[in-house]
Design a protein around this ligand. Structure first.
Ligand code: PMP
Length: 376
């Protein structure tokens, strides 16, 4: 059986999520907009999932909107808030390490006339909250920063930045891409100080193709998908009931064990780093205080893709840099000070609470062999 260590790219759906989806495709298959009983039952199932997910982030269910995934949530957050607030205030501040779904969207808004300021980590690879605060001003309509970076596991100082920015500039809309933090760290809308929060189901053992956007009451977002006015007009299109109920089932399962799983995966990260140090010739690109779920390493002198396929030949699946960018280097590692040959050999190992020490033993054995056999 393969050792799957690419959980930041996607996770295996849990049995509860699969069952919920099957039920919604076989029994409860109505259209939530239909006025008869079958429609009502589907609407009840969608709203139940909405309540579970909203509760898990400390939000009012009325503030949670389902989308086709975090890529759409991020597009809706940036484009929607820019359209609502960007007429007079023309500046958008983002971190320089955002996922492509934020970075490319900001770049598109930049082309259409917005000024986009990208805040980078300092020379030591760490973000300084003051740099975000200094980048914001009275002309800024939106500040977007992710909670946990998908390539390195770096945890951005979102709470500090959002609370300081809100104190100085209460009109700035704050958005947080919580995809790699949700169900790993507590994600609470008030503690984070976020007006908009993006979530994705397939990173938490739900299904691909569904996500959500939290929109704080009173914050305006202009829809990007128009039509039948589902999701209160914020996101038209018949709701994907099977994917939504699977999302709810996965969230319900994971919500009670956030701390327990974090502790377990922290133990796994420590175990992995210990073994990697024993092998030698491998540098660690993730910070010590990052999310333990993501461990980015460089097997010096061995190109990522070559090592990735060597590991694959041993039945071990990892990612080179970020799988989300279809193998392209995103430049995010460079922002964290990982450049040149070290970036060319970066591998991302991403775990889940079901990962075992035996899985990591297999990985390390294969890495050791790869370092000897694989030509740079
Ligand atoms: N943001 C981050 C940080 C991610 O890791 C991902 C998934 N690669 C996304 C956004 C996009 O999520 P989705 O696959 O649901 O569109």
């Amino acid at each position: 059986m393969a050792v799957y260590l690419d959980n930041a790219a996607t996770t295996k759906p849990c049995a509860e999520a699969v069952q919920a989806a099957v039920d919604a495709m076989t029994i409860n298959f109505g259209n939530p907009s239909s006025l008869h009983r079958a429609g009502l039952d589907a609407q009840i199932a969608v709203d139940r999932a909405r309540k579970v997910i909203a509760d898990s982030i400390g939000a009012d269910p009325a503030c949670l909107y389902f989308t086709s995934g975090a890529t759409e949530s991020n597009n809706l957050a940036l484009r929607g808030a820019a359209a609502a607030y960007g007429r007079k205030r023309r500046k958008i501040v983002i971190s320089a390490v955002e996922h492509a779904s934020v970075e490319e969207t900001a770049a598109a808004l930049e082309k259409s006339g917005f000024e986009v300021v990208r805040v980078s980590p300092r020379g030591d690879g760490r973000f300084c909250p003051e740099d975000f605060i200094a980048a914001c001003d009275d002309d800024t309509c939106l500040l977007s920063m992710m909670y946990v970076n998908n390539e390195t596991g770096y945890i951005l100082p979102v709470k500090e930045v959002f609370s300081a920015v809100k104190r100085r500039f209460p009109d700035i809309v704050t958005h947080c891409d919580c995809v790699q933090a949700y169900m790993k760290l507590p994600v609470k809308v008030n503690a984070l100080g976020a007006d908009l929060i993006s979530l994705s189901a397939h990173k938490i053992h739900g299904a691909k193709g569904v996500g959500a956007l939290f929109i704080r009451k009173g914050v305006r977002v202009v829809p990007i998908v128009t039509g039948g006015k589902q999701e209160k007009g914020i996101r038209s299109g018949t709701e994907s009931v099977p994917l939504i109920v699977a999302f709810g089932a996965a969230a319900e399962k994971l919500a009670p064990t956030i701390q327990e799983r974090w502790d377990r995966v922290s133990g796994l990260k420590a175990y992995l780093l210990g073994k990697i140090a024993e092998i030698g010739g491998i540098s660690v690109n993730s910070p010590d205080d990052g999310s333990p779920y993501v461990v980015n390493i460089s097997a010096e002198g061995k190109r990522s893709e070559i090592m990735l396929h060597f590991l694959e030949s041993k039945g071990i699946y990892v990612s080179s840099g970020s799988a989300c960018s279809k193998g392209q280097q995103s430049g995010v590692l460079g922002q964290f000070g990982i450049t040149g040959k070290r970036a060319d050999s970066a591998l991302r190992i991403s775990m889940t609470a079901e990962t075992t020490e035996a899985d990591l033993d297999e990985l390390c054995e294969a890495l050791r062999e790869g370092l000897e056999k694989v030509r740079g």
